[in-house]
Design a protein around this ligand. Structure first.
Ligand code: SF4
Length: 352
């Protein structure tokens, strides 16, 4: 690996074996008790890896338990309605993961045996290099190394890699061969989970616990005391975007909208509408500013100004597809995006 300073302890195969042994001995003793690790199965691994993408373990735990109760296997998930799947996923964000899991479950019910190669897994809906490596190593014992943000942090610190990467995804791609060169082929699933566990519980972004780290003897930046200066990834500024949302009530109902036909990841997830429906008439003076709420999606920081329309008429009996009058008392039954559920609940609590 041309990025690795020479000499480094892990240049020799014997030292790589010692590194793997130290890591796995630590993992065997200290791994967290996580529900997808007890009585593991391919299904549990797939669900947990989909849920854990860009999401913390503590957030995933209640969702995972609930999901397994509702959809205990690929067959039950395949038979579920899309609405039921989205409702169960509600609040976890990145909703395309739920849609892809649903599609994957339908495909899985046709398998005689599950696919065994990275290439075959990467052709399945929502499965990228990380999930393919995680699933094939954990459930099928294939020596495929994962390389996500945790691994980037651990590897760049162990090897004091000075190179600055354009973004996290580029770093993961460039460091994949290095990750692969260290994998323990006898216990690939445990090795991958151990590296992830190390990144999550010891090699923290800030204040890594180097003094108690099981692989300190192999870690250049741990010894040098400059671990926090790695990884080196160019900082990007988020874009800012301002939009308006309408708060429209009629008797005990609140107007919501979802764009069922767009490729938007929030298709099927209800929010306060950004536009009033066709045929909807209101007086500009009957609009009251209810304040600005903020959220971030990907690399865009949104400012959403909520405007209450208190006086309106409609020229049509029914609004076009996507609009829904939702009973304010039964808001829990509607699949809402996380931020909009929070804002709506707050506004209703304050008395609407
Ligand atoms: S010694 Fe420190 S920097 Fe190196 S892997 Fe361990 S926790 Fe991370």
């Amino acid at each position: 690996m041309k990025d690795i300073p020479n000499p480094h302890p892990l240049k020799s195969p014997e030292e790589v074996t010692r590194f793997q042994d130290s890591l796995l001995a630590w993992y065997d003793q200290y791994q967290r008790d996580l529900p997808w690790r007890s009585h593991p199965s391919l299904y549990k691994t797939v669900i947990s890896e989909f849920m854990l993408q860009q999401t913390r373990v503590s957030t995933v735990l209640p969702y995972f338990e609930n999901w397994l109760t509702k959809f205990p296997d690929f067959h039950k998930l395949a038979q579920a309605t899309e609405e039921g799947v989205m409702k169960t996923w509600e609040g976890l964000g990145y909703y395309s993961r739920a849609r892809n899991l649903h599609k994957l479950a339908k495909i899985a019910t046709t398998w005689k045996t599950p696919p065994a190669t990275l290439k075959d897994w990467k052709e399945l809906p929502g499965v990228g290099p990380y999930i393919a490596a995680a699933v094939t190593s954990i459930s099928l014992d294939k020596p495929n190394a994962v390389c996500d943000g945790n691994l980037v942090r651990v590897l760049t610190r162990i090897f004091s890699i000075e190179k600055e990467y354009k973004d996290g995804a580029t770093a993961q791609k460039k460091l994949q061969p290095l990750a692969q060169s260290l994998i323990d082929a006898d216990r690939p699933g445990d090795y991958n989970q151990a590296m992830m566990e190390l990144g999550a519980t010891v090699c923290h972004r800030q204040s890594p616990l180097c003094l108690t780290c099981p692989v300190i003897n192999f870690c250049e930046s741990g010894w040098a005391g400059d671990a926090e200066s790695f990884p080196r990834i160019q900082k990007k500024k988020n874009r800012k975007k301002s939009i308006q949302r309408y708060w429209v009530e009629c008797k005990s109902e609140l107007l919501l909208f979802t764009d069922l036909h767009s490729k938007n990841k929030l298709s099927g997830i209800y929010e306060l509408p950004q536009e009033v429906p066709t045929g909807f008439k209101h007086d500009a003076e009957a609009v009251e500013n209810m304040g600005i709420r903020k959220r971030t999606i990907g690399n865009v920081d949104y400012e959403e100004e909520i405007l209450r329309i208190s006086d309106f008429t409609s020229e049509v009996e029914e609004f076009e597809e996507g609009y829904l009058w939702a009973d304010k008392e039964k808001m829990k039954e509607i699949t809402l995006s996380g931020p909009h559920r929070k804002w709506i609940e707050e506004i209703l609590e304050e008395g609407g």
